[in-house]
Design a binder for this molecule. Sequence first.
Ligand code: MLT
Length: 411
Amino acid sequence: MALINENYLKLPGSYLFTEIARRVTAYKEQNKTANIIRLGIGDVTRPLPAAVIEAMHKAVDEMAQAETFRGYGPEQGYEFLIKAIIEKDYAPRGIILNEDEVFISDGSKSDVGNIQEIFGCDNTVAITDPVYPVYLDTNVMAGRSGELGADGKFPGIVYLPCTAENDFKPALPETKVDLIYLCCPNNPTGTALPKAELKKWVDYAKKNGSVILFDAAYEAYIREPEIPHSIYEVEGAKDVAIEFRSFSKLAGFTGTRCAYTVVPKSVMAITKGGKSYPLNQLWNRRQNTKFNGAPYIIQRGAEAVYSAAGKEQVNALVEYYMTNAKIIREGLASIGLEVYGGVNAPYIWLKTPNNMDSWAFFDKLLTEVNIVGTPGTGFGPSGAGYFRLTAFGNRENTEEAITRIKTKLSL
Ligand code: MLT
């Protein structure tokens, strides 16, 4: 009989957003006329920018002609997109990258989930808490933890609490950790770490031989000048950090799928025998074996994000969602709720009224005002008593949701 990977059994029955969808469907079945507004999963609602559509149409036409047709592309991505990323995302910030340090993919969820494969099972993993569940789940699947405890934590994983009490700034771990996941701007809290805070982590990683896995999927939403857009703006980070970026939230690619991961050749890890290897080499090997490249049509669409017209259209998209964030933030604050985030990120993190349990507040919001959000505990034990709303809805729904909360929710 084939044996299963029993680490999967340690995880809760379903992935957070699958569980939310299940609960909403069940409610909808019982309440068929309910006009539900979904501000739960952080999925975009605006269409792709015109420049992206135009580039993808052109690429489709190329696929129709024998002379311009493309089959398998480079596993690492096409040179035209890699060059645009290096020249437009990094060079203006004084960050120099080689073309073979950027890997195009079909999404950051896959990359942040897969990256742990190139590390040994004996590494100690640190995650900020609360955080995007993929970091934890994939490490549990790989066997880097024990069984889930009654405290909601997996033994072996180092949790770094980020709550209003510490201004959502994780403290350095008391014990030595090898892999550190940082998400900045943060999903779910919507808060971001200034350069001085990131420097502490880079210094820690250098001192302890750790690697920082820096998820910058929400980089385009940064508004405050003291928040770096890339970890590589911090001196020394190119020796210790891998960075993940995505076109999903930047340009509406959640369904279109395109992202990239930067693995500088200077980031090293060692064998048990103490021999050093560049992680770039391992990630390249992994991608060559398990990935056949993001589609040509999609990469042409992503390239168009960097054109003059594309840039302008993308900025308008981001502004649209950030206006939603302001509407949510100010609307909730006006009825006395404690709100965080929404300034450098499209997420608003609120304290549940009267310290209500996160899932209880989820049910209350769903049943009393037909609004779907995400319970804080879904992102980790330190999310208890918090709740997330996304600014990715359309304007009408966002305004309607806030009006309902202000006028119909019993607090
Ligand atoms: C979220 O809601 O946290 C995000 O949409 C999840 C994701 O980007 O995969």
